[in-house]
Design a protein around this ligand. Structure first.
Ligand code: SF4
Ligand code: ZN
Length: 317
């Protein structure tokens, strides 16, 4: 295979795009495409202050790298979950996120869940009794809360995450299997800001996972290869495997699945009933009286309720 641009030996061959590129041209192509998606979906503008949520994995570190290369003003946020059973997942991902920031002279905010909320994620999950023995529900809730809080308190215009096409297609697949209208409506490259919530964007949502792996490797970005130990056996991994089988037989089907969904959404296939004016909260949400973040729960939001429970348990000890 030869690079389509220069005829040198290709390093990456993308069947689904019928495109092969050498290292140099691949490392140019990825940021060019990202810029195209940023503009197409109107994610943010030059001069906006962007906060990237970095986990130490290939996607989020590559996203940070790409946005910096494109000349955007972008800081990182690392959330220490305190998941250190086995491979020391959190310590290693923390080390790699900091290493990347230091080597590139970038600003990284660090929030350590245990320091800030008195317990690491696995213990918070135990106290909450949510998620059937898996900490993922509490982990997701906590990460969302912290990302929103930091983005809002430090005045960022937009919060960017490294979700790739494989992530988005798996979530879409799950939401489609259960026809979760509300989730389908909210899934997309951009989630506009509402009162108390930062604008959220996913600039990598049209890149296949293997394209992001190739980018990180060719750029020499050191990232954590291991998944979080709690990811094993998760539904999203199962959906990813199913979609990978489909992709092997029919290259491009993952991308088509996602893009056709976005088109259908755009054309109004899913209609929101509780429509809100731009920037306002839909009527079923109200600001949490404690933290100000939107919630559909009566009274405190789920995160603040969790924190009340944690406080009550520690007082009881
Ligand atoms: Fe959190 Fe790990 Fe579950 Fe992901 S797999 S939500 S990082 S606990
Ligand atoms: Zn709250």
């Amino acid at each position: 295979m030869k690079c389509r641009k220069c005829g040198a030996k290709a390093s990456v061959n993308m069947h689904q795009h019928k495109l092969a590129l050498c290292k140099e041209h691949y490392l140019e192509w990825v940021p060019e495409q990202t810029e195209r998606f940023i503009k197409k979906y109107q994610m943010f503008k030059r001069g906006d202050r962007i906060l990237v949520a970095v986990s130490g994995g290939k996607d989020s570190l590559s996203l940070w790298d790409i946005l910096v290369r494109l000349g955007y003003q972008v800081d990182g946020l690392y959330i220490g979950l305190g998941i250190d059973e086995g491979i020391g997942y959190s310590s290693e991902s923390h080390r790699l996120a900091e290493k990347f920031a230091n080597e590139n002279n970038l600003n990284l905010h660090i929030v350590d869940i245990e320091k800030e909320y008195s317990q690491p994620i696995p213990v918070l999950a135990e106290i909450s009794h949510r998620g059937h023995g898996k900490p993922c529900a509490v982990c997701g809730l906590t990460k969302r809360h912290v990302m929103n809080r930091i983005a809002r308190d430090l005045g960022y215009d937009v919060l960017a995450t490294g979700h790739n096409l494989d992530d988005e297609a798996a979530v879409l697949f799950g939401n489609t299997l259960s026809w979760s209208g509300e989730y389908l409506l909210r899934q997309g490259p951009v989630l506009p800001s509402t009162d108390g919530l930062a604008r959220k964007v996913k600039p990598l949502c049209r890149f296949y996972e293997r394209e992001m792996t190739a980018y990180a490797l060719l750029r020499g970005i050191e990232y954590i290869y291991e998944e979080c130990p709690f990811a094993e056996g998760s539904t999203s991994i199962y959906y990813k495997e199913l979609l990978n089988k489909l992709e092997t037989d029919r290259p491009g089907s993952k991308l088509t699945f996602y893009l056709r969904f976005l088109e259908a959404r755009q054309s109004g296939l899913f209609v929101e009933h509780n429509v809100a004016a731009d920037g306002d909260l839909p009527t079923y949400l109200h600001p949490c009286p404690n933290c100000g973040q939107p919630t559909s729960a009566p009274g405190l939001c789920s995160f603040c309720r969790l924190m009340e429970k944690v406080k009550a348990e520690s007082n009881a000890l």
